[in-house]
Design a protein around this ligand. Structure first.
Ligand SMILES: *Cc1c(COP(=O)(O)O)cnc(C)c1O
Length: 442
């Protein structure tokens, strides 16, 4: 696009000199200014639930727009945030209060501040460290980069990040030599237990719930998360779960920590909370946490945090309607069926020459591309993989955004079976026809 002044996210602007202009969204499709239709295989950055231009969601926003567009939660409240908080508490066992913010990263920052201040409020001084898993991702702000440290993204800021204690994660595709998944999982858990039992400084353990998504679609083996929750309880460490990407049905459950049988002290929601229509994050805590923030004003035990748009009523109104639609349409049951479609394609995908591994749960699939199946060497073409797959995907009518050498299939949750079949076969065609370019490392 000539004369553009827009700087795009995570983008080498020299490589991308031209962007297709999306002019409207229709259901699962994005339509560009030339009239081309692209199937939204990324759920518009993993947040779209019902597809685009969903009548009920538009109406919810438009109705609220006529009443109140924004009013602060500083000294005041409003109806949409109250109703939404009640609904969120209802679906989230053991949670007691909702702190609103406007995206996933800040909602995570709030969880760190809550967890660290909790111990201060209790006058326990030395609990100052956060523990976490290698390969996690919690957003792009400084605290979130410190905890969810992906070296490839964040190494330029390493000196400015605070230190955390990081534990390895069992990844079934890349196990250390000589280990079964179960053995390695047990070793990881032993490692965590040893550290938690000795290091009194650990204030909280922070992890994604159910799977690490941006870190490469690493789905936790059965019992892993539950065991960490147990260790946290045993050693008096707060347990913080990030459900920004994995909650609200992405992995097949409305609330993933229920499925994982692991109750957190703090849980964070984002992305699909508003159906993907407006920006909102929510940090939920138990009564145990909340109560330590109570005191006389001059005790200064309250949380010093608040954004201009915290608890925006438009975002809350559309989130309420979004949750109502989950119920009305029995979306979670529907996903359980739709998600089976992925399984039909396992063999066909695995057989592609450059596919090393496929990882799937619920409405999420990651396809890892390798140069050499046996040695599991990631492909590393001269051009960016993302650009190659994106351009090739367009020819097959699909919008892709890859993660390193992993092709992601992250459809809007309410996608029809027919459209999901189209999306997966489009993905297969795209990988096959990109193969030559992907293997060209110039
Ligand atoms: C996307 C994401 C975030 C950050 O959310 P933003 O809204 O992009 O700031 C945090 N945690 C996880 C697991 C995510 O996938």
């Amino acid at each position: 696009m000539k004369n553009s002044f827009v700087w795009h996210p995570n983008t080498q602007m020299k490589e991308w000199t031209n962007f297709d202009k999306i002019v409207k969204g229709q259901g699962m499709w994005l339509v560009d200014s030339k009239g081309n239709r692209l199937l939204d295989g990324v759920a518009s950055m993993w947040c779209n639930v019902w597809g685009h231009s969903k009548k009920e969601l538009i109406n919810a926003i438009s109705k609220q727009t006529k009443k109140l567009q924004h009013a602060p939660l500083f000294n005041l409240t409003n109806e949409p945030v109250e109703i939404l908080a009640k609904k969120l508490i209802k679906i989230s066992p053991r949670m007691h209060r909702v702190f609103y913010s406007d995206n996933g990263s800040t909602a995570m920052e709030i969880s760190f501040k809550l967890a660290l201040q909790y111990w201060k409020n209790k006058k326990i001084k030395n609990k100052t460290k956060l523990a976490t898993l290698e390969n996690g991702y919690h957003g792009d702000t400084f605290g979130a980069m410190s905890v969810g440290y992906v070296p490839e993204f964040f190494s330029k800021f390493k000196q400015q990040l605070f230190s955390t204690i990081r534990f390895p994660v069992p990844n079934k595709y890349r196990l250390p030599k000589g280990f079964t998944l179960n053995e390695y999982q047990n070793q990881c858990l032993d490692h965590i237990e040893k550290k938690l039992s000795k290091d009194e400084k650990i204030a909280a353990f922070v992890m994604e719930s159910g799977a690490q998504v941006a870190g490469g679609v690493i789905i936790f083996p059965h019992g892993f998360q539950k065991k960490i929750a147990k260790l946290c309880r045993k050693y008096g460490v707060l347990f913080v779960l990030d459900e920004v990407a994995t909650g609200f049905g992405r992995l097949g459950s409305l609330v993933e920590y229920i499925t994982q049988d692991s109750i957190p002290d703090i849980v964070v929601y984002g992305k699909m909370l508003t159906g993907g229509y407006l920006t909102m994050g929510a940090t939920l805590t138990t009564k145990k946490i909340f109560d330590t923030f109570l005191g006389r004003f001059n005790d200064k035990k309250h949380l010093f945090h608040g954004h201009t748009y915290t608890g925006n009523p438009l975002a809350a109104a559309v989130a309420i309607e979004n949750l109502n639609l989950y119920e009305k349409n029995k979306l979670i049951n529907k996903i359980k069926k739709t998600s089976k479609i992925f399984e039909k394609y396992y063999d066909e995908i695995s057989q592609i020459e450059i596919v090393g591994d496929i990882r799937h749960k619920g409405m999420l699939m990651g396809i890892e591309l390798v140069k050499n199946k046996r040695k599991k060497i990631p492909i590393k073409p001269k051009k960016s993989i993302n650009k190659i797959i994106f351009e090739e995907g367009k020819k097959h009518g699909v919008y892709f955004r890859t993660l390193g050498n992993i092709v992601m299939i992250v459809p809007p949750l309410a996608i029809s079976q027919k459209e999901l079949n189209l999306l997966i076969s489009g993905t297969i065609e795209t990988i096959k026809s990109s193969q030559k370019q992907l293997l060209n490392n110039g």
